[in-house]
Design a protein around this ligand. Structure first.
Ligand SMILES: [Fe+2]
Length: 518
């Protein structure tokens, strides 16, 4: 496709979405009497983007063979919100119209809610009802909050384990789940598969939808979504492994990759409780990065490290993407970016001005260094922040320049539990510790082998904890006096029966950068 044609294609898609508001009730007939033959709510429910007065409620209708004909219609879906689990005290009822163009996904941006309040919700269409979900709003911006409890999670390769971590997350008492990406995997590795993806590697909207359908049918994943609101970010596998903006490992024509990315972004949107903001322009781009305040206790940023980044430095000319690089001058090119210039400016401004006690910077991957010495110099993993050292320095320099205390970064992607010191110059004891990092291991995805993990641990003094052998999530508890991280894990591959144990716990004390073991 020519560039002009391509851009027209994107504009048409974006305009089509922009012209069909989620709350328009004009297009679909009332159909309270519709009799469904199979449950259209088989993908479950979810809530997300909690604010003091609002939350996004999500579901997506699916059509069994007997109901296939309904799939071409626009449908009205009723959304009910209650103040109690018994669903006696109704707070709001609204209707959302959905249709084929959005995969019959439903996003209800429910507003005029009370802060720090529990709500229960369900969707109905004809004679079918969804399961009941629970959600909770954020505190008022000026509230004195004593505790924030978050499950930090990422990387859930369906084939490489059972979602037992989600079953345990569902049972936790939490304010929200912070999922930092790799929600689906596009790829397979038969060597580690304990269950199989349906279909081939997704490239089209229909294929990405099918992949999400398989993941979303998992009862343990559904339980976690039904139990807590989600604050969500994507990483690479929602599109394709190691992609960077419009580049992939195979050096696919960027225009072709952007078409694939657009299909993947649209499928992501259709399956998550995220908001399509007024400036959103899916599928050509979709702003997902966001900031959330939790009373006076914390500001939380969720950073997009894929959509706007420069390509990995010193890529292999045949097989691009992530790899270990040594003697790579490109690493020191200050024009290279992890966040893109607009997001980086937004973060710098927002972080510098934050007056809340804790500044939690959540992003998809690892900021601390995992470099290893070789006879010809240190070798760096070019897909994480080690591959963007100038961008990392700018981020940490912002912390120094604004004299920020209590900056804790939260990440995923690397399938490893990490507690680390963050210094302007990694691993240099002369360079002060300016922030603290926790990275969570994967829900299921296989981690690095024991030997390379040991070499990385021994080669990087800033890594206080670095274990890649177990799967799970991290419980982050924020109070005025500390941020605590409990790494909750089970063996690989994660089974459906195993319970999780605490692998290790670390705290960051108020006013003192650097995690401490407890
Ligand atoms: Fe991953």
């Amino acid at each position: 496709m020519q560039r002009r044609e391509f851009s027209q294609h994107l504009q048409r898609s974006a305009i089509a979405l922009a012209l069909s508001p989620w709350f328009s009730a004009a297009a679909a007939p009332a159909d309270k009497s519709r009799a469904w033959r199979s449950n259209p709510f088989a993908l479950g429910v979810a809530s997300g983007r909690p604010r003091a007065d609002s939350v996004v409620l999500w579901t997506r209708l699916l059509f069994g063979d007997e109901d296939r004909a309904v799939g071409t219609e626009a449908l009205r879906v009723q959304v009910e919100v209650f103040a109690d689990a018994a669903m006696k005290r109704r707070v709001q009822t609204t209707e959302v119209v959905t249709d084929e163009a959005r995969g019959h996904s439903v996003h209800a941006h429910v507003q005029r809610l009370q802060p720090s309040t529990d709500y229960w919700y369900r969707f109905s269409q004809g004679d079918a009802h969804s399961t009941v979900g629970h959600t909770r709003t954020a505190p008022a911006l000026n509230a004195d909050v004593r505790e924030l409890r978050v499950a930090l999670s990422s990387c859930q390769h369906y084939e490489q384990g059972q979602f037992i971590a989600h079953a345990e997350i569902a049972k936790e008492k939490l304010d929200f789940v912070l999922f930092m990406g790799d929600y689906i995997y596009e790829s397979s590795n038969a060597q580690y598969a304990i269950r199989k993806h349906n279909g081939e590697e997704p490239k089209t909207l229909a294929q990405y939808r099918e992949r999400y359908e398989q993941y979303k049918r998992d009862p343990m994943l559904q339980a976690a979504h039904a139990a807590h609101p989600g604050v969500l970010m994507w990483d690479d596998h929602e599109v394709v492994n190691d992609y960077a903006n419009d580049q992939d490992r195979n050096y696919t024509d960027p225009q072709q990759l952007l078409l694939r990315r657009a299909a993947a972004y649209q499928a992501y949107f259709e399956h998550q409780p995220v908001l399509l903001g007024p400036d959103a322009n899916i599928p050509s781009n979709m702003r997902l990065y966001d900031q959330l305040s939790w009373g006076k206790l914390a500001d939380v940023w969720t950073l997009d490290c894929r959509q706007y980044r420069s390509a990995q430095a010193c890529r292999d000319p045949v097989r691009g993407g992530g790899r270990m690089v040594v003697q790579c001058d490109e690493l020191t090119d200050a024009s290279r970016t992890m966040l893109g210039h607009a997001q980086e400016r937004w973060l710098t401004d927002s972080l510098s001005q934050s007056k809340r006690q804790w500044k939690l910077v959540a992003q998809a991957t690892q900021i601390s260094s995992t470099s290893i010495p070789t006879p010809v110099g240190r070798s760096y993993w070019n897909d994480a922040w080690d591959g963007y050292p100038e961008a990392r320095k700018r981020l940490l320099q912002t912390v120094v320049d604004a004299k920020l205390k209590n900056v804790v970064t939260l990440g995923g992607d690397v399938h490893c539990n990490v507690a680390a010191n963050l210094r302007l110059e990694p691993n240099n004891p002369q360079s002060p510790i300016v922030a603290s990092e926790f990275v969570t291991t994967s829900i299921t995805s296989r981690g690095l082998g024991d030997k390379p993990a040991a070499v990385i641990r021994e080669s990087n003094a800033d890594l206080l904890h670095y274990r890649s052998d177990e799967r799970g999530y991290s419980l982050i508890t924020v109070t005025p006096s500390e941020v605590r991280c409990d790494f909750r894990t089970t063996k690989f591959p994660a089974g459906s029966e195993a319970g999780l144990k605490t692998q290790a716990s670390y705290v960051v004390k108020n006013g003192k950068a650097g995690p401490q073991a407890v």
